[in-house]
Design a protein around this ligand. Structure first.
Ligand SMILES: Cc1cc2nc3c(=O)[nH]c(=O)nc-3n(C[C@H](O)[C@H](O)[C@H](O)COP(=O)(O)O)c2cc1C
Length: 167
């Protein structure tokens, strides 16, 4: 069962958690929602609030839900769910029920955001700032040719972490 945990009481290594363990970004409501795997992002403190940063390409189906909703969740899983995260990171919810295929069980947080029962930790986040990345803003342009050869830049979201649900 998930227990609400204060942000001051969790100890995490963001490099391992986001970059190594990966996460699911989920948005929508009980009627319609979607999720996708992400391994780029982070946590910090901004505007005197605990925040999460995520980077979503506008081509993702999940982008449409993150854009139209006030917030989203970040779900973190144990190694056992690596294959589920691979499915959610290689298939689009536009084309199939990848959540069922991945064997994940959705539930809805107190704010009504989608997350997954199998997660070890869920962050409930409210969007605060969103900005499209642009070639002209790179001070080191090396990522541009590596990651954006097709011109499809990520959109960056800064979101307040409202609740941490932990098992
Ligand atoms: C390990 C991993 C990390 C990923 N990280 C991101 C990310 O940070 N941002 C992003 O836009 N896409 C990322 N993706 C790609 C999306 O998860 C993928 O395109 C997914 O199929 C989109 O699903 P959707 O169309 O249902 O939203 C990642 C994929 C994998 C496998």
């Amino acid at each position: 069962m998930f227990k609400e945990t204060d942000v001051n009481d969790i100890i995490i290594n963001p490099f391992r958690l986001v970059g190594g363990q990966w996460m699911l970004i989920s948005a929508g409501d009980r009627d319609d929602f979607n999720t996708m795997t992400a391994s780029w992002g982070g946590f910090g403190f901004l505007w005197n609030k605990p925040v999460a940063f995520v980077f979503i390409r506008p081509t993702r189906y999940t982008y449409e839900f993150v854009e139209s909703c006030e917030g989203f969740t970040l779900s973190f899983f144990g190694e056992k769910y690596r294959s589920a995260l691979k499915i959610c990171g290689s298939k689009s919810g536009r084309d199939s029920d990848k959540i069922a295929e991945a064997g994940l069980t959705p539930f809805f947080t107190p704010l009504g955001y989608p997350a997954f029962e199998e997660a070890e930790m869920v962050l409930e986040c409210k969007k605060m700032y969103a900005q499209n990345m642009a070639k002209s803003c790179f001070t080191d342009t090396s990522p541009v040719s590596t990651w954006y050869a097709d011109g499809s830049f990520h959109k960056m979201y800064v979101a307040e972490i409202l609740k941490i649900l932990k098992k």
